[in-house]
Ligand binder design. Structure first.
Ligand code: SAH
Ligand code: SF4
Length: 395
């Protein structure tokens, strides 16, 4: 895929489950209900049993988090053997885990092909949020984002996306235990698609993974506890509401096209006006399901009082919350974080205009786990500065 915001949208259309080359077996993790039904039938499950078998296997994999077919005690021995011959239950592998002084956990996760992505768990008093990745690297080149300096290596599969949730539940020891009362206060209660990559450039896999995460007989996270962040892939925005139904966050970051073109180059393809029009149309938009506008605070770039006033004018009529993100530095970053007093003055103007304007407390900075700091350390395919500048100047 070209590293270019003006390139046509290409998506990974791999929906037919692939067998693992090493074992010749199909991984059940990442299969939607329909795909799992088809796979179980192909493996020899009699059609008249399929409804029951699908429910049973589905629950073992996605509700109980079981990895061993032998533990699926409500299935006959023969059927368990058949499953074990045909399928695996595989997650991406945690290569390393770092825990920040503030409790944030960062997992470095290895996926097929030896690539790595980062997954971050952020505990708070009333929730625990898992920030997951949708791609290795990113095709886009937002100039303040560390991930943007890494070329797109590939899209993650649905299994690798939902697998990030499952491995975090492993690490938090949070799978339900048979016979124990249901625990409604979950350590992992929310998902944000705010890790590496642009989720709307990997739409089908992100959708399938989120459908699995939302399924009431599996991981059972409410659609209102999932937030997808996009840099502004306008044609996919309405589809997000229709086919996933989760909450939306938009990486807004600037109030004029001139500045946004530099910060978020996809703006050259879909500018602020086009983006705002798409957001106004976002189905089911309401005060309880507001759009989050993410706005990174960059010193002397986008942080004036005039910017704050332009911002509230632009979003007039959209139920919204403005999440101000103090810029997180990374080695070689061409920007600085706005002064704290500047961020507060900006927040105040937005707040007085009637919008919630929380300032996102940087979490896990000591382990480079904060927004925009994620990048697989081992990926060698770096974009050069010249390449980034060339891409940013293309219109
Ligand atoms: N690609 C998607 C989602 C991942 S980025 C998107 O761009 O929306 C998650 C959020 O972190 C985005 O709002 C992104 O703009 C922001 N971000 C990126 N780099 C950052 C940095 N260095 N400091 C603070 N926020 C950053
Ligand atoms: Fe990609 Fe999002 Fe980073 Fe932009 S901010 S380069 S879209 S990950």
């Amino acid at each position: 895929m070209p590293n270019d915001a003006t390139a046509p949208i290409t998506q990974d259309v791999m929906t037919i489950p692939r067998k693992l080359p090493e074992t010749g077996k199909l991984n059940l993790v990442g299969l939607t209900r329909d795909a799992m039904r088809a796979a179980l039938i192909e493996a020899g499950t009699p059609e008249k049993q399929i409804k029951m078998r699908l429910n049973q296997v589905w629950q073992w994999v996605y509700h109980w988090g079981v990895r061993d077919f032998a533990a699926m005690t409500n299935l006959s021995k023969d059927y368990r053997a058949l499953l074990a011959e045909t399928f695996t239950i595989d997650l991406p592998e945690i290569v390393s885990k770092q825990v920040s002084a503030d409790g944030t956990r960062k997992y470095l996760v290895r996926i097929a092909g030896g690539h790595e992505v980062e997954v971050v768990y952020i505990p708070e008093s009333d929730r625990g949020t898992l920030c997951i990745s949708s791609q290795v690297g990113c095709t886009l080149t937002c100039s303040f984002c560390h991930t943007g300096t890494q070329k797109l290596v590939r899209n993650l599969t649905a299994g690798e996306i939902v697998g990030q949730i499952m491995l975090a539940r492993d690490d938090l020891n949070e799978w339900p235990k048979p016979g124990e009362p249901k625990d409604e206060t979950r350590l992992l209660s929310n998902i944000v698609l705010m890790g590496m990559g642009e989720p709307l450039y990997n739409f089908d896999n992100v959708r399938d993974a989120m459908k699995i995460a939302m399924d009431g007989e599996g991981i059972a996270l409410s659609r209102r506890r999932i937030t997808l962040s996009t840099s502004g892939v306008v044609p996919e925005i309405a589809k997000t509401a229709e086919e996933i139904g989760c909450l939306l966050a938009v990486s807004f970051h600037a109030t004029t096209d001139e500045v946004r073109n530099k910060l978020v180059p996809i703006n050259k393809r879909w500018n602020i006006e086009t983006l705002i029009a798409a957001l106004k149309e976002y189905p089911r938009l309401s005060n309880s399901e507001r759009i989050t506008f993410e706005y990174v605070m960059l010193k002397d770039v986008n942080d004036t009082d005039a910017d704050a006033r332009r911002l509230v004018n632009l979003i007039k009529g959209i139920p919204a919350k403005i999440n101000l993100i103090p810029f997180n530095e990374w080695p070689g970053a061409p920007y600085e974080r706005s002064d704290w007093s500047r961020i507060e003055a900006f927040a105040d103007i937005v707040h007085k205009a009637g919008y919630a304007s929380p300032i996102r407390t940087p979490r896990g900075e000591d382990i480079m786990a904060a927004c925009g700091q994620l990048k697989s350390a081992t990926e060698r395919a770096r974009k050069s500065r010249a390449q980034i500048e060339a891409e940013a100047s293309q219109g």
